[in-house]
Design a protein around this ligand. Structure first.
Ligand code: AMP
Ligand code: ZN
Length: 282
């Protein structure tokens, strides 16, 4: 895909869903990978072109595992090129030990890691004055979520597959997904073409121990790209349908959001998943 067409798809999503407004302070959750880097540069280029007065801040969680220093270095390079500030949170500084949690919890490590990411990606940017959090979730991710939820008959979740995920609680930040209409392949091409550094290898050291989420997701990606070989535009047509479909399920998801009895963060449970897993150590 040509760079112009690629950016055009991102810009159209940002405009259609009003993802960026004057006065916004947007934290971009950067993993070190190509997708969140593409999200950063897509947003930056949009702000530059439209001259909207919005502020971008990079946000990275360093999980303090073997590969983490290398990943953080790449994130630092990305934000340096983009000329935006970067906030790095080291999980050890919060008293969190992923390895300990892995050993004592019945949950798979990828589920623990997901709980930690979602919690910090909301709490820290909010405390630092953010209005929104941008992620690198992209077209292919939403296709995978869609097929999995369709097969699992979790139809209500389809309501979440959209570029702007609104807040349901004063302590919950809205999430924006500028890459809703561009996928993994296009993000990689964009980063390579623009010499944006990114970590190619799977940064998750737990994959080896059975982090099934990533393996499963990659299998789904392969399936989707395989279908596209025989059906031109399959991915794009699918995401356009999902975009429309998500509106049908607007009222279907009704999890009431309240504050966790321990930490006060938003959750639909009495005690949030983070406190259940980590409060034993913090
Ligand atoms: P994942 O669930 O690993 O596919 O990540 C989804 C999104 O979460 C990425 O596109 C990033 O925006 C964000 N993210 C993942 N890992 C990190 C991290 N270590 N620090 C900050 N944001 C992250
Ligand atoms: Zn809690």
């Amino acid at each position: 895909m040509k760079k112009k067409a690629y950016l055009c798809r991102i810009f159209n999503v940002i405009k259609k869903y009003n993802l960026v407004k004057t006065g916004d302070k947007i934290f971009i959750a950067l993993s070190g990978g190509k997708d969140s880097a593409a999200s950063l540069f897509g947003l930056k280029k949009f702000i530059e072109q439209t001259e909207i007065k919005a502020e971008l801040v990079g946000f990275h969680i360093n999980f303090c595992l073997q590969i983490s220093e290398k990943v953080e270095k790449i994130v630092k390079e990305q934000t340096k090129i983009a000329n935006i500030p970067l906030l790095v949170i080291k999980t050890k500084d919060l008293g969190i030990d992923l390895n300990k949690a892995r050993k004592s919890s019945w949950r798979p490590i990828c589920s623990i890691c997901g709980i930690l990411k979602r919690y910090l990606m909301n709490k820290i940017p909010r405390e630092k004055g953010a209005q929104k959090v941008a992620t690198g979730h992209h077209l292919d991710d939403f296709l995978v979520f869609f097929f999995k939820n369709l097969l699992g008959q979790n139809f209500a979740w389809i309501s979440k597959f959209k570029p702007y995920l609104e807040s349901n609680h004063p302590k919950q930040l809205p999430k924006i997904r500028p890459l809703f209409k561009v996928g993994s392949k296009e993000n990689k091409e964009f980063c390579k073409e623009n010499k944006i550094p990114f970590i190619e290898k799977d940064p998750c050291p737990h994959t080896f121990f059975g982090c099934k989420i990533d393996k499963d997701r990659k299998r789904w990606y392969r399936t989707i790209y395989e279908i596209e070989k025989n059906h031109k535009n399959f991915r794009h047509q699918m995401i356009n349908s999902i975009e429309k479909m998500s509106k049908f399920f607007k009222t279907a998801y009704k999890g009431e959001i309240k504050e966790c009895k321990i930490c006060g963060e938003p959750t639909n449970l009495e005690i949030c998943a983070f406190c259940k897993v980590f409060k034993k150590y913090v």
